[in-house]
Design a binder for this molecule. Structure first.
Ligand SMILES: *[C@@H]1O[C@H](CO)[C@@H](O)[C@H](O)[C@H]1NC(C)=O
Ligand SMILES: *[C@@H]1O[C@H](CO)[C@@H](O)[C@H](O)[C@H]1NC(C)=O
Ligand SMILES: *[C@@H]1O[C@H](CO)[C@@H](O)[C@H](O)[C@H]1NC(C)=O
Ligand SMILES: *[C@@H]1O[C@H](CO)[C@@H](O)[C@H](O)[C@H]1NC(C)=O
Ligand SMILES: *[C@@H]1O[C@H](CO)[C@@H](O)[C@H](O)[C@H]1NC(C)=O
Ligand SMILES: *[C@@H]1O[C@H](CO)[C@@H](O)[C@H](O)[C@H]1NC(C)=O
Length: 938
C-alpha cells in the first residue's frame, strides 16, 4: 500500500496536465442548521438548528457562533465537551428537547454565556455543579421541567444572574430552595405553575433588594404572609389564579411592605368578591391592574375597593361577563388612560365613558355592540386607539367620531358593515390606521374616505368589494398602504384602477386573492398601475381563477417597485418585457406557477432587473435552472426553488450567481450520480452559500437510489474513478517512456529497419506501378572485400555469369576509371537489380563495404526497394554482427545465404542465390513477413 502511494505520488507530475485532483477542504458543513442574514463569517453568527431531530449537540457548528438556537430537537443529554468548540456563545437556546441529564461542568466551556434557555426539558434537579462556570450568565430559563430539587449553593457562582424563570415545575416548598433567593442581583423571578401552597416571608433568608418582578401565578396558595419587608423594591406582582377558594390565609403585616408595587395581576382568582376586595386594599400604589376572568365581578362594587383607584392608568377587565357600565362606577378612575373590557357582553355604551376624559386606549373587542350612538365617544378627545373589532356593528354614523380628533388607530374588523356611507366624511382627521377587514362591504362609493387626509394604512381585506367608484379613494393623499386582498375585484371592476390615481403616495398595494385574470400577454391599452409611481410593493398572488397571462406592460409605471408577489397565478410563461418597467425590483415571488415549458422563463426576462436580491421559484414545475446562467443576476442573495423537477445543478448555474448566500432546493428530483457530484460536494463544503436543509434533499434518480439522502451520496466513488483513470493514464505514460527508451537503447536498428520495411510495404502498390518498366544494366552488384576476389573470380563469376547468364557488376572490373569511388558505388548499386554482399570478418571491418551496404540500404528509403542479398562466406557468430545484420538475418531468411562448409554440396546455394537475384524485389516476401505468413519459409 505504501509503495502504491509512493508510486502514485511520483506519477503525479506526469499527470498534472491530464487531470485535476480534488483535494477536500476542511470547511464546516452546516447540515440542518441555518445561518441568518447578515451572512458574514467575520462577524458574530446566529445559528438556528430548530426542529431537526438532533440527538446531540452537532460538532460541526462554526466556532464564531454567538447565538445558537437548537430548540425543538431530541437531545437527551448534555455531555462534558459538547460546547468545547463554541467558546464564543452568548445566547444558547436548548428549549424543547428531552434533556434529563447535564453532566457536571458540561456548561463550563461557556464563560461568555449570558442567556441560557433550558425550558421544556426533563431536568429534575439543579445541582451545585450544573451551572458552575457561567460567570456571565444573566438570564436563566428552567421553566417547564421536572424540577423538584434545587441544591444549596447551585447559584452561588452566578453573580450576574438577574432573571430566573422556574415556571411550571414541581417545586413545593420555598424553604427548600433558598439558593434562588440568595442570588445577589436577582431582578426577575418567575415561580408560576408550581406546587406552592404557602408563601411566607419568613422562609426567605434575607431581603431581596434588587427584586422588581415576582410571578407566583397558578400556584395553589392557601397562605400568603408577608411579615417583613423582604421585597423593598418590588414593582410587579403576579398572583393570577393563585386563590382557588375562600379558605385563603392572607396577611400583610404592614401595607407599606407592598407600596412599591405598581403592576398587579389578580386575574382568574376564584374567591368571593369580598375577599378579593380585601386583597386589593393591601396595594396602595397600583397603576396597572388586571382583573380578568374573575368568578364574581361587579363593576360597581369591586372597583370601589381599590384604594388606588385614582392612580390607576390601566385596567383590564377581560372576560367578566359585564353587561352594562355606569358612570358612577367609573368616575373615580380619573387617571385611567387604558381600559380593556374585551370579551364581555356589553350591548350599549350609553354615555358612561364620558367620565374618562383621559382615556387613550379603549379596547371593546368581542362584545355585543351592534349600534353605536353619537354620544358613545363624546368628549374622548385624548383617545388614540379604539378597538371595536368583533362586535357585529352594521352601520356607522359620521357623528360617532366627531370628538375623536386625536384618534390614530381604529379597528373595526370582523363586524357586519354593509356600507360606509358618510362614516369618514368628517373625520377622524388624524386617523392613520383604519382596519375594515372582514366586513360585508360590496361597493366603495365616491368620497368614502374624504376626511381621512392623514390615513396611512387602510385595510379592506376580506370584504365583498366588486365595485369601486372612480373617486372612491379621493382624499387619501397620505395613504401609503392599502389592502384590497380577498375581494371580488376583476380586471373589469369599474374604474378600480382609475381610483388609484388619487393615492399618489401609495407604496404598498395588495390585490391578492381576487378575481383578476387576463386572456393574453398582449399589451394593455390602459396599464392599471401607470399612476402609482411611488409604489414599492405589489401583491397580486393567488387570484381565484388564476391570472393565467401576464400582459407584457402590466407593470408599466411602477418604476420604484421593490417587491412583486406573483405566486399562485397559474401563469405559464412571462413575456421578456415584463420587468422592463421595474428596474428596481429587489424581491420577486413566482412560486406556484406552471412553468412546465422549458422556455417559460428566459435569461432575457431577468436582464432589466439585475439588482434582484431574492427570487422565489418554488412549486413551479421547473425542470432546470439553466435560464439563470445568462440572466445576469449578479446581486441575487437568496434563491428558493424547492418542490420542482430539478435533477441536476451544475457549476455554471451556481457560478453565475456570485452573491448567492442562501439556496433552498429541497423536494426536487435530484439525480444522485456522478453528474451531480460537483453540486453535492459544493453544497456541503462551500462557505459562501448555505444550502438550506441539505440533509433533507432526497434522490429521485437513479431509481435504485430513489428516496435516499442526497448528501449521503458517496461522491468519493466518482473521484476514485478519476484517480484510477489518472493512475492508469500516468502508469501508461511511464511504461511507454520506459519501453521507448529501452527499445531506443537496445533495438534501435531493428526498429528503424522495421519502420522502413513498413513504409515500403505501404508504398507497395505505388511502387509496383512506377517501377515496373525500369530496366537495369546489371542483375547484381557484388560487394566484397579484396581478399575475397579469388573466390569471386573463380567461383562466383563463372557460376552466375557463365552458367546462369546473369550480368554482374564488379568494382575492379566495371567501375569507371577516373570517377570518384563513391559515385561508382552509387551508380553500380542503382544500376543493378540487387546488391549481393559477401560477408566475412574482413568485410565487416572494411570501410568501403559498409558504404556499399549503406547505399544499398538507402535504396530502400529512396526507391522503396530492398535490394540487399547477404551471403555469409564465413561463420560469423551472431553476437559479432551489428544489430542491423542481426535483424536482417532474423527477418529475411531468403536473402540471407550461407556458403556451404567445405565438402557440402554447393548446387543448392547457387540455385538460391540465383533466385534471390532474379526475384523482382523482395517486397512480396517482406509483406509476408510483416503479416506473419512466412512460417513455411523457415
Ligand atoms: C438532520 O435532520 C435529519 C432529519 O430531520 C436527521 O435525521 C439528522 O439526524 C439531522 N442531523 C444531522 C447532523 O444531519
Ligand atoms: C416563563 O416560563 C413560562 C412557562 O414556560 C413562559 O410561559 C413565560 O413566557 C416565561 N416568562 C418569561 C418572562 O420568560
Ligand atoms: C379549599 O382548598 C383547600 C385546599 O386546596 C381544600 O382542602 C378545601 O376543601 C377547599 N375548600 C373549599 C370550600 O373548596
Ligand atoms: C394622576 O396621575 C398623575 C401621575 O401619573 C398624578 O400626578 C396625579 O396626581 C394623578 N391624579 C390623581 C387624581 O390621583
Ligand atoms: C343606556 O341608557 C338607557 C337610557 O338612556 C337605558 O335605558 C339603558 O338601560 C342603558 N343601557 C345600559 C347598557 O346601560
Ligand atoms: C366633557 O369634558 C369637559 C371637560 O373636559 C366637561 O366640562 C364636560 O361636561 C364633558 N362633557 C360631558 C358630556 O360629559
Amino acid at each position: 500500500m505504501r509503495n502504491d502511494k509512493l508510486w502514485k505520488s511520483s506519477l503525479f507530475f506526469f499527470v498534472l496536465n491530464c487531470c485535476v485532483l480534488i483535494t477536500p477542504t476542511d470547511e464546516f458543513s452546516l447540515g440542518n442548521c441555518t445561518i441568518y442574514f447578515p451572512f458574514d463569517y467575520s462577524k458574530h453568527l446566529k445559528v438556528r438548528c430548530c426542529r431537526m431531530d438532533y440527538r446531540r449537540i452537532p460538532s460541526t457548528l462554526p466556532q464564531n457562533t454567538v447565538d445558537l438556537d437548537i430548540s425543538c430537537n431530541s437531545i437527551t443529554r448534555i455531555n462534558e465537551g459538547d460546547f468545547i468548540r463554541l467558546p464564543n456563545l452568548i445566547i444558547l437556546n436548548m428549549s424543547h428537547n428531552r434533556i434529563s441529564e447535564i453532566t457536571n461542568n458540561a456548561l463550563s466551556d461557556l464563560p461568555n454565556l449570558e442567556e441560557l434557555n433550558l425550558s421544556n426539558n426533563k431536568i429534575q434537579a439543579v445541582t451545585t455543579k450544573l451551572l458552575s462556570g457561567l460567570a456571565n450568565l444573566s438570564h436563566l430559563r428552567l421553566d417547564s421541567n421536572y424540577l423538584e430539587v434545587i441544591e444549596n449553593q447551585s447559584f452561588a457562582t452566578l453573580s450576574n444572574l438577574r432573571f430566573v424563570n422556574l415556571t411550571n415545575n414541581k417545586l413545593k416548598h420555598i424553604s427548600r430552595f433558598q439558593s434562588v433567593f440568595q442570588i445577589p442581583h436577582l431582578e426577575e423571578l418567575y415561580l408560576g405553575m408550581n406546587r406552592f401552597s404557602v408563601f411566607n416571608s419568613s422562609d426567605i433568608p434575607s431581603a431581596l433588594f434588587g427584586l422588581k418582578k415576582l410571578d407566583l401565578s397558578l400556584n395553589p396558595l392557601t397562605m400568603f404572609k408577608i411579615t417583613e419587608n423582604i421585597f423593598p423594591g418590588l414593582e410587579y406582582l403576579d398572583l393570577a389564579a393563585c386563590f382557588q377558594n375562600d379558605t385563603l390565609d392572607w396577611l400583610i403585616l404592614d401595607k407599606g411592605f407592598l407600596n412599591t408595587i405598581k403592576t398587579l395581576n389578580l386575574s382568574r382568582n376564584l374567591i368571593a368578591e369580598k375577599q378579593l376586595g380585601d386583597i386589593m386594599q393591601s396595594f396602595t400604589s397600583v397603576t396597572w391592574m388586571a382583573l380578568d376572568y374573575l368568578k364574581e365581578f361587579n363593576v360597581e362594587t369591586l372597583l370601589q375597593k381599590a384604594c388606588s383607584r385614582s392612580l390607576l392608568n390601566e385596567l383590564h377587565l377581560k372576560g367578566n361577563g359585564v353587561l352594562s357600565m355606569y358612570k358612577s362606577s367609573l368616575e373615580h378612575l380619573v387617571n385611567l388612560t387604558e381600559l380593556r373590557i374585551r370579551n364581555n357582553r356589553l350591548t350599549q355604551l350609553n354615555d358612561t365613558l364620558q367620565v374618562l376624559p383621559n382615556l387613550r386606549l379603549l379596547d371593546l373587542y368581542f362584545n355585543d355592540i351592534k349600534k353605536l350612538d353619537c354620544s358613545d365617544f363624546a368628549n374622548l378627545t385624548q383617545l388614540r386607539q379604539l378597538f371595536l373589532g368583533g362586535n357585529g356593528i352594521v352601520t356607522i354614523n359620521a357623528c360617532i367620531f366627531k370628538d375623536l380628533g386625536n384618534l390614530d388607530e381604529l379597528i373595526l374588523h370582523s363586524n357586519s358593515l354593509l356600507m360606509l356611507g358618510d362614516a369618514f366624511t368628517y373625520g377622524p382627521q388624524n386617523l392613520r390606521y383604519l382596519d375594515l377587514t372582514g366586513n360585508k362591504l360590496s361597493t366603495l362609493e365616491n368620497l368614502s374616505f374624504k376626511a381621512l387626509r392623514s390615513l396611512q394604512v387602510l385595510y379592506l381585506t376580506d370584504n365583498q368589494i366588486l365595485t369601486i367608484k372612480p373617486h372612491a379613494f379621493e382624499g387619501l393623499i397620505n395613504l401609503a398602504e392599502i389592502s384590497l386582498a380577498c375581494n371580488k375585484i376583476t380586471q373589469r371592476t369599474p374604474k378600480i384602477f382609475a381610483g388609484f390615481a388619487a393615492m399618489a403616495r401609495l407604496q404598498i398595494l395588495d390585490l391578492s386573492c381576487n378575481y383578476l385574470s387576463y386572456e393574453s400577454q398582449v399589451e394593455l391599452r390602459n396599464p392599471p398601475f401607470i399612476m402609482l409611481s411611488e409604489l414599492k410593493v405589489l401583491k397580486m398572488n393567488s387570484q381565484h381563477r388564476g391570472l393565467k397571462h401576464m400582459p407584457s406592460n402590466l407593470l408599466k409605471g411602477l418604476k420604484k417597485l421593490d417587491a412583486f408577489y406573483a405566486g399562485n397565478l397559474n401563469v405559464e410563461c412571462l413575456h421578456v418585457d415584463t420587468f422592463t418597467y421595474t428596474p428596481n425590483l429587489y424581491y420577486l415571488d413566482l412560486t406556484s406557477n406552471n412553468f412546465v415549458n422549458r422556455n417559460a422563463l428566459t435569461s432575457r426576462l431577468f436582464h432589466p432587473i439585475s439588482g434582484l436580491h431574492v427570487l422565489h421559484l418554488g412549486q413551479s414545475h421547473l425542470k432546470s435552472l439553466n435560464f439563470l446562467v445568462d440572466a445576469n443576476l449578479s446581486s441575487l442573495k437568496s434563491l428558493h426553488a424547492s418542490t420542482n423537477d430539478l435533477q441536476l445543478i451544475n457549476q455554471t448555474i451556481i457560478q453565475s450567481l456570485p452573491q448567492l448566500k442562501q439556496l433552498e432546493l429541497h423536494n426536487n428530483s435530484f439525480t444522485c450520480d456522478c453528474n451531480n457530484v460537483w453540486f453535492i460536494d459544493w453544497a456541503a463544503v462551500n462557505n459562501a452559500t448555505q444550502v438550506l436543509y441539505l440533509n433533507r434533499y432526497e434522490c429521485r434518480y437513479p431509481l435504485s437510489l430513489s428516496g435516499t439522502n442526497l448528501a449521503a451520496f458517496n461522491t468519493e466513488s466518482c473521484y476514485v474513478n478519476y484517480d484510477f483513470i489518472c493512475f492508469i493514464c500516468s502508469s501508461s505514460i511511464v511504461i511507454l517512456t520506459l519501453v521507448v527508451s529501452f527499445i531506443y537503447h537496445f533495438l534501435k536498428w531493428q526498429l528503424v529497419y522495421t519502420y522502413y520495411l513498413f513504409l515500403a510495404f505501404l508504398n507497395d502498390g505505388k511502387r509496383k506501378r512506377t517501377t515496373k518498366h525500369l530496366s537495369f544494366q546489371y542483375d547484381a552488384f557484388i560487394s566484397y572485400n579484396v581478399q575475397e576476389e579469388p573466390w569471386v573470380m573463380e567461383e562466383l563469376v563463372p557460376k552466375l555469369e557463365g552458367e546462369h547468364g546473369l550480368r554482374l557488376c564488379l568494382h575492379h572490373r566495371d567501375f569507371e576509371p577516373g570517377k570518384a569511388i563513391i559515385d561508382n558505388i552509387m551508380d553500380g548499386i542503382y544500376n543493378s537489380r540487387k546488391t549481393v554482399c559477401l560477408i566475412t570478418h574482413n568485410y565487416l571491418k572494411s570501410v568501403w563495404c559498409s558504404h556499399e551496404i549503406q547505399v544499398a540500404s538507402f535504396r530502400l528509403f529512396d526507391e522503396q526497394k530492398d535490394v540487399l542479398v547477404l551471403v555469409f562466406l564465413e561463420d560469423i557468430p551472431t553476437q559479432q554482427l551489428s544489430p542491423y545484420y542481426r535483424m536482417r538475418k532474423l527477418v529475411k531468411k531468403r536473402t540471407y545465404l550461407r556458403w556451404p562448409k567445405p565438402g557440402e554440396d554447393t548446387r543448392a546455394f547457387w540455385q538460391k542465390l540465383k533466385m534471390a537475384i532474379e526475384t523482382k524485389e523482395n517486397m512480396e516476401e517482406d509483406r509476408r513477413i510483416l503479416s506473419g505468413k512466412d512460417k513455411d519459409c523457415v
